[in-house]
Design a protein around this ligand. Structure first.
Ligand code: RNT
Ligand code: ZN
Length: 416
């Protein structure tokens, strides 16, 4: 007889129950927390614009040339559909403006809902919500964008941002699922600028113009994403954490926290509770920083598990997205590993022995608190996870990988 996932779950459920944790309840909560799959892992952030071909720029290069990347939107959707067979629980798909469908070149300042109608149809067929991002990189005008001293360039990107908001609203209306729209710009400088203030003042004015028209907040959630540094913006980033935190608080907007965008010893898990005291909602870009790169595939680190605990507590005010791009390995595998880890981390959070921890803390017994936290790391999370996969008809453990490898042979390697 093979390994019995259901029997292992029943035993493990008891183990959690001893600590006052209801594993069934954790799974039903997990079913309410969507994870947004970022379309750009499928084609190394290339997009399908008919103009402006070239690298991504802005310090977000995907490195590697593993064969089989999606060459068309049809292939990208096919790969997403395959990947979604490996990930249990509700998903959304996060699009960038450069993933539009068009038969002739369309300026970024002229993109319209009609260029994304195919995505909406596809999302409807697959019961998915869609998220959105304006694309401010990989363009001849994207040296400085919303902070550019050149008024025409600034206007071009303001128009792009406004056009992107209209598309987000269209997604929210059409799909009946709120669309999270995020704004990230690559603006910064390699060396120390003489004037740190002026670009930020211009970005502030640009944002005020972009957000002048209010959108229906039941359809759209709007966030802005900071970064500590990028390749080519090592010394100065216009949209810093303080900039967007201030802007979001003052203007009632959302924040996007990308886990690769801070100093390596800063904890995004720790930031969440503070930010949520001052902004209504947070979007997460789950990513793995490795030295100077901020976009490795998400692994199940202690920091990601700590973020899972925060999501478990605040999921009604959080949007969970992924943001990494690895061109050196099988792309659906990268997606699935990252998405499964995001969900495992949330499950870990939902399975924390919260009441026992609180009791230890409230009685001042910090030794017990430490012991409980450490013991909870080796509770049978894997058995609960396997059962969650089984319940959702998703292959557990290495079985999904066999499927991914077969898909690679049968489909991806046949692409030239
Ligand atoms: C870049 C930001 C941004 C992008 C994507 C493509 O540093 O993280 O979110 O990765 O929008
Ligand atoms: Zn990001």
């Amino acid at each position: 007889m093979g390994y019995d996932i259901k029997a292992a779950f029943e035993l493990s459920k008891e183990r959690y129950a001893e600590l006052g944790v209801d594993a069934e309840k954790a799974l039903s909560t997990l079913d309410k927390i969507p994870v947004s799959l970022h379309c750009w892992q499928g084609d190394d952030v290339g997009g399908f614009e008919l103009t402006e071909a070239g690298g991504t720029g802005g310090g977000i290069q995907a490195t590697g040339n593993h064969p089989g990347k999606a060459r068309t939107i049809a292939e990208l959707r096919q790969d997403l559909e395959e990947t979604m067979k490996y990930i249990p629980g509700p998903l959304k798909v996060n699009l960038h403006a450069i993933y539009l469908e068009c038969d002739k070149p369309v300026g970024r300042d002229e993109i319209k809902p009609e260029h994304f109608a195919g995505w909406v149809d596809w999302a409807k067929q697959n019961s998915l919500g869609l998220d959105f991002n304006g694309s401010f990189f990989a363009h001849p005008k994207s040296d400085l964008t919303l902070s550019s001293p050149d008024e025409n360039i600034r206007k071009f990107w303001i128009d792009h941002a406004i056009a992107s908001r209209n598309i987000a609203e269209y997604f929210g209306k059409e799909l009946g699922k709120r669309c999270a729209i995020n704004l990230w710009i690559p603006d910064g400088s390699k060396d120390v600028p003489a004037d740190l203030l002026a670009p930020r003042q211009r970005l502030l004015e640009s944002l005020d113009t972009i957000f002048a028209k209010k959108l229906d907040e039941s359809k759209v959630f709007e966030a802005m994403e900071c970064k500590l540094f990028g390749i080519g913006s090592e010394s100065y980033v216009v949209g810093s954490h303080e900039f967007y935190m201030g802007y979001a608080v003052k203007n009632n907007k959302g924040l996007c926290l990308d886990t690769g965008h801070f100093h390596p010893t800063e904890s995004v898990a720790d930031k969440i509770s503070s930010c949520l005291l001052f902004v209504d909602e947070i979007l997460l870009h789950l990513s793995r920083g490795v030295r100077w790169d901020s976009d490795h595939v998400l692994t199940l680190t202690e920091e990601v598990m700590a973020i899972g605990r925060e999501i478990a507590l605040h999921h009604e005010r959080m949007h969970v997205g992924l943001d990494f791009f690895d061109a050196s390995i099988n792309r659906p595998t990268a997606w699935a590993v990252g998405a499964r880890n995001a969900r495992k981390a949330i499950l870990y959070g939902l399975l924390m022995p919260k009441e026992k921890l609180a009791a230890a803390e409230n009685s001042g017994n910090f030794g017990a608190r430490l012991a409980l936290l450490e013991e909870s790391k080796t509770l049978p999370l894997g058995a609960i996870w396997d059962y969650y996969c089984l319940k959702n008809n998703i292959p557990a453990s290495n079985e999904w990988l066999d499927k991914a490898m077969k898909y690679e042979q049968d489909v991806l390697f046949k692409r030239s």
